[in-house]
Design a protein around this ligand. Sequence first.
Ligand SMILES: [Zn+2]
Length: 191
Amino acid sequence: MSDQQMLMVLAKASGFDGRHPDKAVAAAWLEAIGDLPFEDTLEAVVEHYATSTDWLKPGHLRAIVERTRAERLRSVDRMIPPADPDAADYSAQLQRMLAAVADGRTVTKALAAGARPIPAQPSAEYVAARGPDYVRRRTALAVPCPVEGCRMDVGRPCRVFGAGRRDLPTGYHPGRLEAARAVLDQEVRGT
Ligand SMILES: [Zn+2]
């Protein structure tokens, strides 16, 4: 964050608490939280005063920004793009994508430069790091969902319909995984 951006963050806070920030204050805050991304920090000021009566301090903003970024990353599994694992820069692509997700930018944008949309399996290290459920989810999403009322297309996570559309915690209906395994079975046997 620049000096100017920090002053904007403090000006935003001033709108809520009437503080009078100056360059010395901005310099001190920069030392404490200058590493945080500007836009997330600005939004964190609003979030703080929307939910708290405490006088805003740099630590509040760091806590909110870190929580926001962690929340964005928690849903990253559903956004994993079909990257080409044979590409020498696969892990670099993945890094860029994860950074973009944490920033709240879209995955498409993050991968736009030189990305090839080839459906394939990710690297063994990545699969190992994600755990067995990651493999199941990836497998299930390789076919359209056969469940009535869901029927999401290939690559799109299953959703629950009802009072509000929402994602399934696992990302797929059990029946979809069965269907995907049946297709894989056929492919393996060459039938
Ligand atoms: Zn489904």
